[in-house]
Design a protein around this ligand. Sequence first.
Ligand code: SF4
Length: 481
Amino acid sequence: MSVIKPARRWQPAFFPFKKEPFGRRLLAKVEICVKGPLFGCRMCGNCLLQETSFICPMECPKGMRNGPCGGIRPDKRCYVDNTRKCVWYVIYKRALKTGREEKLLEVLPPLDWNKVGTETWGEVVTTIRKVGTGKFLSSVTSKDKLKKSEVWDSVFKNIRQPHWWNGDSDYHSSLQQEPVSDLEKRLRSGQFVIATEVTPPQGIGTSKLVEDIESVKSFVTAINFTDSASARPRMSSIACCKIAIDQNCEPVLQIAARDITRASLQSSVIGANAIGVKNILCITGDNAIIGPSPTGNMNILDIDSVQMLWILRKMRDEGVYLDGRTIKNPPRFFLGAATAPFASDPVLQAIKDHKKVNAGAQFFQTNLVFEPEKLDLWLEQLDKRNILNKVFILIGIAPLKTLKVTQYLHDNVPGVSIPEKIMKRMEKAGESASEEGVQIALEMIDAVKGKQGVNGIHIMTLSWESVVQRIVKESGLATHN
Ligand code: SF4
């Protein structure tokens, strides 16, 4: 149990993948004995404590290094391990209390696994020497907060931001002058846009997929293809995107951090862009804990969704791979991210969303919304952060087909909570539950379409693609797409 970090327990430290010299091994032992009890440090060798209010983010089961995922439970516990609070919720709360919340905006790098398990104090001492030991020591006792933070940053930023990453807290707008996709073009022109999703098939048969694409394509601007939603394998998003392109339809490729590495991300998007995919949605993805048995990897991700955005934006705008190699013909795409407006409190959620926009998100697709009135608080926070004019927002709308589906969403899908009044309506509807579900979806669309900052909707069909046409027509949005 750590002394300073209010967490349930102190997880085991990482082990180095190499044999270090005796001096470094000894230093590593001393470091873990001090930082472990104090901060819950796991010796990731890529220390971020300065930016995370001195709580080790590596206690998050997924090892999220840039803020919480969208799965915090209503009681603020982690949905992967509900015996503990979401470590990022605790970090955010402490940052707000100590006035360090803007520090949370810096885009932090993924692990350099070559350093995992090794000491960092040696590097700190070397960097302090470079900056000037006297200067550093006098900053420790200085009352001048600005000077202190400048000196500390000159030491610790160098350590946490290696040259191959160079993350910062600034907004990086796209360098592409012209829209690359129809989705981007319509959003830029101020059109209220409709996107939807078509569920990828379980097997190699594509006739149902083609039929579903055909049934929705003239009513929407773009179609998302999920990437093994709920950690259940299906046809890959990239294969579905290719089939959609062949049907003259614009796809949105979804990539879940859960199943990729930094290398596979970069190779996949080069391939996807080469076959005509222009829209990419970067998501963390549901953890294997909610997937089928046997349970897959529930542990540290190689990269998180913020890091995905940062890498893809640099590939597109700077023409470089993460390792610094130049890309001869850089890809061109419209980058999106998912957001869960109600996963946490709106002030905290807006910090994470702000970071995604800074990193490269040009559009958001939200998690399912069933309480549109609550959206205002979140939109207000985004506005306060001056990012509403930097990102297009598509609100997630789901037509509920049955009471069972409604219950499943409420109980099992991270970040989704169905209010009691909707649950009761679905229950009361009995045989007509699907009709009630359509009416609820139409009410949601009506409630969100005039909100400032909302640029469209994203109809998440939950395998009920045939309802899209009706919803678009009856919502009065048919002329928009
Ligand atoms: S809810 Fe998400 S971010 Fe929070 S500790 Fe769990 S996995 Fe990590």
